[in-house]
Design a protein around this ligand. Structure first.
Ligand code: PMP
Length: 508
């Protein structure tokens, strides 16, 4: 696969492609979605002049305020990284679920002169210097290759720009698209920081109910079709934020057909879709009760792994109306603060303008380590091997939690769906069956159970904490995560939660 280099003189050139007759179409013109704030952003004079002047090698620059790399007191950085179980080993049947910890280590070094020595495309004299607002072009190139491999965008002029992770990315994208007072659509429950970043933007939120398969397209369409500007006091929403895989907090993953329906609605009602997808690669095989944890099924080849993934909204997008947010937080490490936004080139350019006055770019030291890992040590295929590794690890954890729930939660009042991706299980407790349902509201009962959980040494979060609107909750919900707990403690924690539920519902 050939990925064209981004010219340093044109920081966010569209992902260039030749245009033979069969080549994908260009994105639709969607610039009318930009907020006033975003339209007002201008390129900095310094940035324009430095890119123009850097073209002439004979020019002696007294212009840029860049410190000299000779004065950076960090000479080298060495990172020891894990080598995941390879595809060849998987094909030959070698697999063990603790492979991550037992994996062989490899050291990757970055020094100031490593580029000159031909050791790496990205060295410390670049990493410690001011960088373009796109993030290091070597990492952007790696991610574009990854996007081609995994999502195969259907339009030509898409582009990728780095973010500081999806929290930062979503705030940037919200501000690019939303004017104060605008309505925006999201799932009825969401990651609380989503609402926290929309509140100061004065965004009015419409929460679409979710079922086991995520956001309901019938309700979404009905809301848009019957939108009454006078009654609502505002125009129809033009932005839809969604977490389509392993949704936080409901754990739901939207299947292919429903994704297509939602995309079709977005086209008909001219919605921009923000696809916040940090859990995309944590898609797992179906839950099986009492699985042999040592032998979770893994896709033998990387091609099999990729073809089993639900298509992303980006991969369905023919117009350039999906802004996809990828983060390394859940698949490499949150502390890297590295993420990638993929969008049509008009939006990518507006994000670049925002980066230049905000994030600037993710920390160069972080990018150096991440580049050492992804590009120097791994490459695309080994990255996929790693994703297969962690998918297996999360499968074990999810299955242990679901097994414990089968063992310890009272089925007469507790129900849940086995998540097929991500880190969360969403548990509903039957409100009408609660002995105090006549005198306590849902939120009060959730709080009582939450407090009783703490007293019983288990922390599990109430559903109302994740509500995206002020509409009262339609049931008692709790979010449990199996991500960071040891297998033995998953068991114990669910046992403790089961005791609390039994007591609260008067079952013991
Ligand atoms: N979006 C969702 C849906 C999340 O669950 C999270 C993490 N909890 C984030 C964004 C934040 O991701 P990051 O660490 O990349 O900022």
């Amino acid at each position: 696969m050939v990925i064209s280099k981004v010219s340093p003189a044109v920081p966010v050139a569209a992902h260039p492609k030749a245009a033979p007759p069969a080549s994908p179409p260009m994105a639709a013109n969607l610039a009318h979605h930009l907020s006033t704030e975003s339209k007002l952003r201008q390129a900095s004079m310094l940035k324009i002049s430095s890119s123009r002047l850097s073209k002439d090698p004979l020019l002696l620059s007294l212009a840029a305020g860049l410190p000299s790399p000779t004065l950076f007191p960090i000479e080298s950085v060495t990172t020891s990284v894990v080598l995941p179980i390879s595809e060849a080993e998987r094909v030959s049947g070698k697999w063990f679920h603790d492979g991550l910890q037992a994996g062989v280590l490899k050291d990757v070094g970055k020094a100031k002169n490593s580029k000159a020595l031909g050791v790496t495309a990205y060295d410390l004299s670049q990493a410690l210097q001011y960088e373009q607002g796109t993030g290091a072009k070597q990492l952007v190139e790696f991610w574009k290759e990854h996007v081609e491999l995994v999502h195969k965008p259907k339009y030509a002029d898409w582009n990728t720009i780095m973010s500081g992770g999806n929290t930062q990315a979503m705030e940037t994208v919200f501000r690019m698209l939303i004017n104060p007072g605008d309505y925006m659509v999201l799932e009825e429950f969401a990651f609380p920081e989503t609402v926290d970043s929309l509140r100061p933007l004065q965004t009015r939120r419409i929460g679409i109910p979710v079922d086991e398969e995520g956001m309901r397209p019938d309700v979404l369409e009905d809301m848009l079709a019957t939108w009454d500007e006078d009654a609502r006091g505002g125009t129809r929403p033009h932005v839809l934020y969604m977490v389509p895989s392993g949704q936080n907090p409901t754990g739901a993953t939207i299947g292919t057909e429903r994704r297509k329906k939602i995309y079709d609605i977005a086209q008909r009602y001219d919605l921009i879709i923000i696809e916040d997808d940090p859990y995309y690669f944590l898609q797992m095989p179906d839950y099986i009760r009492d699985r042999d944890y040592e032998h979770v099924p893994v896709p033998t080849t990387n091609a099999e792994f990729l073809s089993a993934l639900v298509p992303s909204m980006l991969s369905l997008d023919t117009d350039g109306r999906v802004v996809r947010l990828d983060s390394l937080a859940k698949i490499v490490a949150p502390g890297t603060r590295c993420g990638f936004i993929t969008a049509n080139s008009v939006f990518a350019e507006r994000i670049l303008r925002h980066n230049e006055v905000g994030l600037q770019f993710p920390s160069g030291l972080s990018m150096a380590v991440v580049h050492g890992l992804l590009a120097d040590a791994w490459g695309q295929e080994t990255f996929l091997n790693w994703l297969v590794n962690i998918r297996a690890e999360y499968t074990v954890r999810r299955d242990r939690m679901l097994d414990a729930m089968e063992d310890y939660l009272p089925k007469e009042v507790a129900s849940w769906a086995a998540p097929s991706a991500g880190m969360f299980v969403w548990i509903e407790l039957a409100y009408p069956a609660h002995p105090h349902s006549a005198d306590l509201c849902i939120e009060e009962i959730e709080n009582e159970i939450f407090e009783a959980g703490i007293a019983n040494k288990v922390l599990i979060l109430p559903g109302t904490w994740f509500k995206t609107t002020d509409v009262p909750s339609r049931g008692i919900f709790f979010r449990a995560t199996y991500a960071a707990v040891s297998p033995e403690n998953i068991d114990l924690a669910i046992k403790r939660f089961g005791e609390v539920v039994q007591r609260s519902f008067g079952l013991v």
